[in-house]
Write a protein that binds this ligand. Structure first.
Ligand SMILES: Nc1ncnc2c1ncn2[C@@H]1O[C@H](COP(=O)(O)OP(=O)(O)OP(=O)(O)O)[C@@H](O)[C@H]1O
Ligand SMILES: [Mg+2]
Length: 389
């Protein structure tokens, strides 16, 4: 099951040449598993590595030592590797997951300029809902975390592997943060908050029924009380937007840096290939470095995978007949695997074509494993497929 064809080039150099490695791609293709497997490789290669995962499956989180919810960075214990027969990494592997509410709290605690408003903001009834529901909030916080990890002075890191939320489009991840900040800080909110800015408090007049057609209209939908909460929430954020923007700019520079690489994760199905193609093109159009393409859950070419067992058919027939088996068994076996064989060949051709189109581009094909990637053993199989040259 190891040979998925000559389309693969092994993507280990991406981990040696870069400090930040960002796994991007559509939903469910294997971004989180790939990020963890790549981090495992970097740690084994002696690097102080962290993987920041987004919504990892519970079992995978447990395997990475992330049993408790919360965005605390934790080491993956040497014993966890040894338990499944693996050697503990020469470097260090730590893992964390993004807890959005906690990440918001941390940013607000760290950067809010005004202690009173900070506390009030965090007590606001809409704050909890906003921090998780606001579109782009997850992407924004992933970037805040990346910023914090990349710039921390104590305990510096050699490699930071960032997992990202599912995206339909390569730029969703990159643009979501600014869309989110703009949603909080736009003309409408400034208008809504104007009385506060001028009078130093939320003018009662803003909420007096009849004072404004706009307020009367939205009050009908969301209720005056909620509107007050909303205004209060937005007021709470005043003073933070410049910081949001500044750090987003720092992250944008970090993402465009020479030692940052994107790893596009996709599948080798025809639709998956088209999506991956678009992701690679859009990232490169933006001047971002695409370090590698991972085509995950590839159909393994059964002929190649089991050389000596199933191929060639004549030899197989002879062996089966010599062993007293039915004459047509070789054909039936071949028929059973031929659909996979054809698909595998198509996937390999498509991978080669894509690699050629975007040359130079490292491509790894990771086979569909017999089980979900939910433990260190599964991650090690994935890692081996990713780095195999
Ligand atoms: N090569 C593989 N073989 C078998 N199962 C796999 C493979 N790669 C990933 N999986 C499984 O597929 C599921 C999705 O993988 P993963 O969570 O890594 O994808 P994702 O891109 O991060 O998803 P999302 O977009 O929802 O965050 C998981 O259950 C994982 O264990
Ligand atoms: Mg994921």
């Amino acid at each position: 099951m190891n040979d998925v064809g000559a389309a693969t080039t092994g993507i280990a150099p991406v981990l040696h040449d870069n400090r930040c490695v960002v796994c991007v791609g559509p939903g469910g293709v294997g971004k989180t598993s790939t990020a963890a497997a790549l981090a495992m490789y970097a740690a084994a290669a002696g690097k102080r590595t962290v993987v920041l995962t987004i919504d990892p499956a519970r079992r995978l989180a447990n395997a990475l030592g992330l049993a408790e919810i919360g965005s605390v960075e934790r080491p993956v214990a040497a014993a966890a590797f040894e338990r499944v027969g693996l050697t503990a990494p020469a470097g260090r592997l730590t893992a964390m997951m993004l807890d959005i509410k906690e990440a918001w709290d941390e940013v607000i605690r760290r950067y809010h300029p005004d202690p009173d408003r900070r506390e009030r903001l965090m007590r606001n009834r809409l704050y909890g809902a906003m921090s998780t529901a606001l579109a782009g909030s997850q992407e924004y916080m992933a970037m805040e975390k990346l910023h914090a990890l990349a710039t921390r002075a104590d305990d510096p890191l050699d490699v930071i592997v960032l997992d990202t939320p599912p995206a339909n489009h390569a730029l969703d991840f990159l643009e979501a943060p600014s869309r989110m900040v703009n949603a909080l800080d736009n003309d409408a909110t400034r208008w809504l908050l104007e009385p506060y800015q001028t009078h130093g408090r939320l003018g009662r007049r803003l909420f007096d029924a009849g004072s404004s057609f706009f307020i009367r209209t939205i009050s009908k939908f969301i209720g005056t009380e909620m509107l007050e909460d909303l205004a209060d929430l937005l007021v709470g954020f005043q003073g933070m937007f410049d910081g949001f923007r500044e750090r987003a700019e720092v992250v944008a520079r970090l993402l465009a840096a020479q030692d940052t690489a994107f790893v596009v994760v996709g599948t080798p199905s025809p639709v998956g290939i088209d999506e991956a193609d678009a992701f690679v093109s859009r990232l490169r159009d933006r001047g971002l470095q695409v370090g590698a393409l991972v085509l995950n859950r590839a159909t393994v070419d059964p002929y190649r995978a089991s050389v000596g067992v199933l191929a060639p058919v004549d030899e197989l027939r002879q062996r089966i007949v010599a062993a007293g088996g039915p004459v047509d068994m070789a054909e039936r076996l071949h028929a059973a695997v031929s659909a996979d064989h054809v698909r595998a060949a198509q996937e390999i051709e498509a991978a080669k074509a894509l690699a050629g189109k975007h040359d130079p581009l490292r491509v790894a094909m990771v086979p569909e494993l017999s089980d979900d990637v939910h433990d260190l053993k599964g991650l090690s199989l994935m890692r081996d497929a990713l780095v195999r040259g």
